[in-house]
Design a protein around this ligand. Structure first.
Ligand SMILES: Nc1ncnc2c1ncn2[C@@H]1O[C@H](COP(=O)(O)OP(=O)(O)OP(=O)(O)O)[C@@H](O)[C@H]1O
Ligand SMILES: [Mg+2]
Length: 251
């Protein structure tokens, strides 16, 4: 492909309308969990973690939801939901995306361990993100270029990283571990969110295990949301867990 053809191919991808497939369907169709990155290697099955379905589908372009807040317990798939979204964006809805971990070091580790494996073990992504070794591949630890978009990975402790570019998609992982002020420039969540304001079709995904009640960022965001919960039946007490509960609603 010559330079002009490549340029036209990129433009065609960027202008393509967003597909109807949503993020959970995409993960079921394309995602493979590798042995190095997961305790349960093999094809991704949303059925295994059904509480992630609605969350992931709010991240799909077909959903009108702009901000999705996931307050959660430890190790239940919060980061994987975001990783599936990243895969979807690269494959089906390309655009500029910023993904934030608490520190730059953590972002680099996550990129090397999880994002590299997401791309390597998913053929439709491998086709779109060139290998890091090829010259001018646009593929480094902190940034992955793909036709029609780019994924930049940074830490909430780097003001420069947080305001590096305008973004349509913003993935803020483990927000309760972010400092309240970054490099004297204020709140890292606000700083990153400002990057999205020029996109009418932006999406923001905040994920975290809550820390201290009353001081927790994710709790505050959850309180400002429509406060959906995933109810779990407790067989020994014969009740649905959670507060404000009217069991008849769920039986
Ligand atoms: N649907 C799934 N099928 C198989 N494995 C899964 C699924 N969802 C999550 N996992 C696995 O569970 C583990 C925890 O997932 P993940 O790291 O996304 O959780 P987390 O909620 O972000 O955890 P933490 O609290 O440490 O941030 C990973 O090894 C992941 O691959
Ligand atoms: Mg996580």
């Amino acid at each position: 492909m010559d330079a002009m053809q490549e340029c036209l191919a990129h433009a065609a991808l960027a202008l393509r309308p967003d597909p109807r497939l949503n993020v959970s369907e995409w993960a079921d169709a394309h995602r493979y969990l590798s042995q190095t990155a997961s305790g349960e290697p093999g094809p991704w099955r949303t059925e295994r973690t059904p509480y992630l379905r609605e969350i992931m589908d709010c991240l799909s372009p077909s959903s009108p939801v702009e901000k999705t807040v996931f307050m959660k317990g430890a190790q239940i798939g919060g980061t994987e939901a975001g990783n599936n979204w990243i895969g979807y964006v690269i494959h089906h809805a390309p655009g500029p995306m910023l993904a934030v971990q608490p520190t730059v070091e953590m972002a680099k580790r996550w990129s090397k361990q999880r994002i590299a494996s997401l791309i390597d073990s998913t053929p439709v992504l491998r086709e779109r993100v060139k290998e890091a070794r090829s010259r001018d591949s646009g593929n480094t630890v902190q940034s992955k270029e793909f036709p029609g978009g780019i994924l930049v990975m940074t830490g909430a402790n780097s003001a420069v990283g947080l305001r590096s570019m305008p973004v349509r998609y913003l993935f803020l992982d483990e927000v309760d571990a972010y400092d309240f002020d970054v490099d004297g420039e204020g709140d890292p969540v606000s700083l990153a969110s400002q990057r999205t304001i020029t996109f009418g079709n932006r999406k923001i995904f905040l994920v975290s295990t809550p820390t201290i009640q009353g001081l927790s960022r994710i709790e505050l965001e959850y309180e400002q949301s429509d406060r959906r919960r995933w109810w779990v039946y407790c067989p020994s007490n014969r009740v649905w867990s959670g507060t404000n509960l009217d069991p008849s609603t769920f039986q």
